[in-house]
Design a protein around this ligand. Structure first.
Ligand code: ADP
Length: 213
């Protein structure tokens, strides 16, 4: 079975940047956000259930999910958010496992922003966290999106804390420096994951291990 590493981190922590560097080593990358978009694009697999649950008006003229409308609906209604997640998360999970099932490379990287919030650690063999100080995180999200700092702070507050994330991490990438400082960290981890994937592959089936005694 494929050795799977989850890449997670808060908003704007640098997950996409880090994932691209792993991909440049030939690592298979599966991205939960990209899958979620695909599931809700025109003809997307999640749309029938979303229309049945929230009404056909949630689908726009192009046949895609009306994101602005859906966001409005779940913004102030946790029960609605849960229903939406109940539709999307199992589909995302299935697609991620399928995408990383029969791969050519030695291991797969699963980019799952809300790995810990959605309790999906059991999906993976290892958890890699991209970490940086909160002030830097806010500055980068602001530069990218133009959101106000208090809006960004609210999003950060809705995610697990930096300390909780680090407590769940098997490995950590420090993205508090310049982009060039990522490369040696990614390279070192890639070498480590190659070894771990090899050990994972070499594990003898239980009955063989017993026979050899
Ligand atoms: P995520 O995928 O976690 O939301 P991104 O990889 O998109 O994060 O990074 C967030 C923003 O910060 C992007 O605009 C990216 O170009 C920028 N960024 C990422 N790492 C660095 C860095 N070390 N220094 C400066 N900017 C960075």
């Amino acid at each position: 079975m494929t050795y799977r590493v989850a890449l997670t981190g808060g908003i704007g922590s640098g997950k996409s940047t880090v994932a691209e560097e792993f991909a440049s080593f030939g690592v298979t990358v599966s991205d939960a956000d990209a899958i979620s978009h695909r599931l809700t694009a025109p003809g997307g697999e999640a749309l029938p259930a979303i229309a049945a649950t929230f009404g056909a008006e949630m689908i726009d003229a192009t046949g895609a999910l009306d994101r602005a409308r859906m966001r409005q609906q779940v913004f102030a209604d946790p029960a609605a958010r849960q229903r939406l997640e109940g539709i999307l998360h199992p589909l995302i999970r299935t697609d991620m496992l399928a995408e990383t099932e029969a791969i050519s490379g030695p291991y797969a990287l699963l980019v799952i922003p809300l790995l810990l919030e959605t309790g999906q650690q059991s999906l993976v063999d290892r958890v890699l966290v991209v970490d940086l100080p909160e002030a830097m995180q806010i500055a980068r999200v602001q530069a990218r999106s133009g959101l106000e700092p208090d809006q960004i702070q609210r999003i950060i507050a809705s995610q697990v804390s930096r300390a909780e994330r680090l407590a769940a991490a098997d490995d950590r990438i420090d993205n508090g420096g310049d982009p060039a400082s990522l490369w040696p960290q990614v390279e070192r981890l890639h070498q480590a994951y190659l070894k771990l994937a090899q050990l994972h592959d070499d594990r003898p089936p239980v009955h063989l291990a017993r026979q050899s005694r």
